[in-house]
Design a protein around this ligand. Structure first.
Ligand code: HEM
Length: 413
């Protein structure tokens, strides 16, 4: 492989390459064939070994006990890379101290109270409320002219749901949406003030819940005392920030990517005619175009041999590329690179929600939200058409989130 090709590969693995349509798919597939990991440099100078393993190898890798999520270890390695590159070591420690930056046994204590609120049964109880929020958002869309369904539906729906779950008052939700979007950019000057504002707001809200508890999750986290589990005040705060960060833009991308895939593969009306198939269609979309491009950083504690003469050194940072695993032909067949909405249910599931200790705790909620958003949109607007061609649709340049910045549709009807 020439140097230029290699640079393109790194760029595409981290940021989606040319960021249009589905072009990054080819690069991820080529990367899997070229080797099990590729060293890439993020825009913030952090060096990361992107694992481009097949499905089973990636699933096993994520349970390797030589990997750590420890906040100090991961952030420490990032700082070292920035210092070595001669830039200000600007690492947000905002979700350090939450479950996603903890190793066992602390991880379980931090995760248990959140997991208790997100069991499939608890999530199912939210179905009517998620449907009502979705219908309200669809009511406000203009079916006669090109409409961006990311802004109108995919972005506000998950944020409203997560805010209601946490107990954030309705009038404050637009403010949280703006901070959350700014935090998800790769621009530190925008991230920093937004994260400080969100932390300040949530800290004050937590104090209110301490004084005056309600039925929502934030109060439960403040008052948790299950089998001796307790969360320190700063852990309640970092957990709340994590829930918003992890639960919002991922689900937004899941809704946008699914609607886009249905439009741009000409399958919209076929699925609209079979709304019962939507859960399977969403599963296929999460496999084909996962809302998480890479599973975020793990620290390699001891060298890990990935085969093919590639060893991840101790002290390195690694991410797992989901496109490479999810479109592995050995797991999903020779047409794994295609979106097949009525694909017979494959023997193995996609890896989009991760695996191991850190497997997504919100996966049942996310799947239900995407399913409801997609079904309600299809049933109400069965004749919708794309407003712009797929190769002009731009993706967000983000190392973790993989979604279109906008999905323009003439909804019709
Ligand atoms: C389609 C939408 C979503 C996708 C693709 C997704 C994906 C993921 C992935 C890949 C991980 C594993 C991270 C790792 O190993 O480091 C994860 C963890 C997590 N997700 Fe999700 N997620 C989604 C929606 C949600 C929602 C709606 C919530 C909250 C309501 C949520 C909360 C979390 C939390 C708290 C973790 C950390 C779990 C832990 O460290 O134990 N996610 N998610």
């Amino acid at each position: 492989m020439t140097t230029t090709q290699h640079e393109n590969l790194e760029h595409a693995l981290l940021l989606g390459g040319e960021l249009h349509g589905y072009r990054h798919h080819e690069v991820e597939d080529a990367a899997r064939q070229a080797g099990p990991a590729h060293l890439a440099v993020q825009p913030n100078h952090v060096r990361v070994h992107v694992a481009t393993l097949g499905l089973e190898a990636a699933r096993t890798f994520l349970t390797d006990e030589r990997l750590s999520k420890d906040a100090l270890g991961v952030a420490g390695a990032m700082r070292q890379h920035m210092v070595a590159a001669g830039v200000e070591p600007n690492v947000s420690a905002i979700i350090g101290g939450s479950m996603i930056n903890a190793d066992p046994p602390d991880h379980a204590r931090l995760r248990r109270p959140v997991a208790a609120a997100l069991t499939p049964r608890r999530v199912e109880a939210l179905r009517d409320s998620v449907t009502a929020i979705t219908r309200g958002l669809l009511d406000d869309l203009d079916p006669g002219r090109p409409t961006d369904v990311v802004a109108g539906l995919a972005l506000p729906l998950p944020l409203t749901v997560i805010c209601e779950l946490l107990g954030v008052p309705g009038e404050d939700q637009a403010m949280l949406a703006a901070w959350s979007s700014a935090m998800m950019t790769e621009v530190p000057e925008q991230q920093q003030p937004a994260s400080e504002a969100m932390v300040g707001y949530l800290a004050a809200l937590i104090e209110q819940k301490r004084a005056k508890p309600d039925d929502a999750l934030l109060s439960a986290l403040v008052h948790v005392d299950v089998e001796g589990d307790r969360l320190a005040p700063d852990e309640v705060l970092t957990t709340a920030v994590l829930m918003i960060a992890a639960g919002h833009e991922t689900t937004t991308a899941g809704i946008g990517n699914t609607l886009a895939a249905l439009l741009h593969t000409g399958q919209w009306s076929a699925v609209a005619a079979k709304p019962d198939a939507v859960p399977d269609v969403v599963r296929e979309s999460l496999r084909f175009d996962p809302p998480t491009r890479n599973i975020p950083h793990y620290l390699v504690r001891e060298p890990i041999d990935l085969g093919d003469h590639v060893t991840l050194p101790a002290g390195a940072l690694t991410m797992v590329n989901l496109g490479a695993a999810n479109r592995d032909p050995e797991a999903f067949g020779p047409d794994a690179h295609r979106f097949v909405p009525f694909r017979p249910r494959p023997a193995r599931s996609h890896l989009t929600f991760g695996n191991g200790w850190h497997r997504c705790v919100g996966s049942a909620l996310a799947a239900m939200e995407i399913e409801i958003a997609v079904r309600e949109t299809l049933v109400r607007f069965p004749d919708a058409v794309a407003a712009i061609p797929v190769d002009r649709m731009v993706r967000n340049p983000h190392v973790v989130i993989n979604g279109f910045t906008r999905v323009d549709i003439v909804l019709g009807g």
